[in-house]
Ligand binder design. Structure first.
Ligand code: FES
Length: 104
């Protein structure tokens, strides 16, 4: 499966394993921009991304705890804001595109 990360306007497409989070996919490949400080335990908001508009329905909405954390994210919240540790790569999300905010 593929996930594309837009960083400073430039796309980078990575191979992603089924069941890995979008955050892990980025961190394991050494991409800049997603920190994932808490390791995916939903307590840091340093994995904020903007899900591309065409993918938002399939990715779904943030849950209550995630929403609370997103309120404290460093970069402003947008319509596609999600915490990427909470997005699990699966066949349905093959080709997912997310934009990485300027700051975490
Ligand atoms: S990695 Fe900390 S909330 Fe996602």
């Amino acid at each position: 499966m593929k996930v594309t990360f837009i960083i400073d306007g430039s796309p980078t497409t990575l191979d992603a394993d089924d069941g890995d989070s979008v955050m892990m996919t980025s961190v394991q490949n050494g991409l800049d921009g997603i920190i994932g400080e808490c390791g995916g335990s939903l307590s840091c908001a340093t994995c904020h991304v903007y899900v591309d508009a065409t993918w938002r329905d399939r990715v779904g909405e943030a849950g209550d705890d995630e929403n609370e954390l997103l309120e404290g994210a460093v970069s402003p919240r947008g319509p596609g804001s999600r915490l990427s540790c909470q997005i699990e790569v699966c066949a349905e999300l093959d080709g997912l595109t997310v934009e990485v905010p300027p700051e975490q």
